[in-house]
Write a protein that binds this ligand. Sequence first.
Ligand code: G1P
Length: 302
Amino acid sequence: MTDPNVTKCLFPVAGLGTRFLPVTKEIAKEMLPLVDRPIISYGVEEAIESGCRDLIMITGRTKRSIEDYFDSSFELESVLRERGRTDLYEKIHAISEMANILYVRQREPLGLGHAVLCGEPFCRDGYFGVILPDDVFVSDTAVMAQLIEVHRRLGGTVVALEEVPRSEVSRYGIVQSELAGGNVHRILDMVEKPSPEEAPGNLAIMGRYVLSPAIFPLLAERHVGTGGEIQLTDAMKRLPRTEPVWGLVYRGRRFDCGTQKGWLAANVRLALEDPELSSVVFDIVDGFRREIRPCPKRDDRI
Ligand code: G1P
C-alpha cells in the first residue's frame, strides 16, 4: 500500500515569464513582489501548510535569485542583529528555515510535462504535489491541502478545477468529467488548451496537482503536444486507464500572477486583507477619484 501522505511538492519555475516582459528580462517572474514577499513564497507557504516537507524546484539559468531568497543571508542577518533589529532578523532568518528545498535544472524549455519529468529522481517513490506558483490562491484552507484530503479519502491523482467562461478555455487544460459527489468530479478525459468548439466542457485545471508516480513513464515517452511542448495534461489523460483521476472544484479565489492583470489584482486583494494596508488602499483610491475626472463617454466626445 502506498503512503497516503503527500510530503513532497514540486515547483516548476523555469518558465521565461514572457507575458511580463520587460521586467522579467532580468528578474525571475516568481520573484515579483506580492505585497511584502515574492510570488514564489505564497506557493511555498501553501505547500508547508499542506504538510509537504521536501520541496523540489525545477529551475533554469535565470532563476538563481529564487535559491538565494530561500538561503540564509549571513551578512544581512548579522547587520540586523548588530543594530538590534531582532524582529526583522527573526523574520529574515525564518525564510531560510521554512523547508528543505532542492533545486534541479531544467536544461531545455520543453514544457510543463518535461519540467515534472525532471523531478522524477526525487518523486518516484510515492504521490507528490505540484504547485504552479503563478497561480496564487486566497482561501481559508490551502488549496493543496484540499487536494491532499481528496487523495487520502479516495486515492489516485487529484487536480484543482475551476469553471471558466467558454471564451477562455483555450488558456487551460480542460476536463471531461462526471460528478462523483460534493465538489469532486471523476475525470474521464482532458485536453490541453482546446478551442471553444473542441472543448469537452468548461472545467479548467488550475495550477495544483497531487500526482501519481505512474505519470513518469508516460512523460518519458516525450510526446510533443500543444505549442510544441511536452504537456503534463497529455500524460495525465492516460492515467485513468490504470487509476482514478479526480478533479476538485476547490474553495478559494485564484489569481493568475503570470499576467499583469492578475498580479495587480492579487496585490490589491492581499493588501485589503492586511489591517494596516487596507485603509491605505482605500485612501489611495479615494485620492485618485478626486484627482482624476472621469473620461467623457464615447458618445459625448466631439
Ligand atoms: C498550465 C497547464 C494547464 C493549466 C494551467 C493552469 O498552462 O498546462 O493545463 O490549466 O497551467 O494555470 P500554462 O499556464 O503554463 O500555459
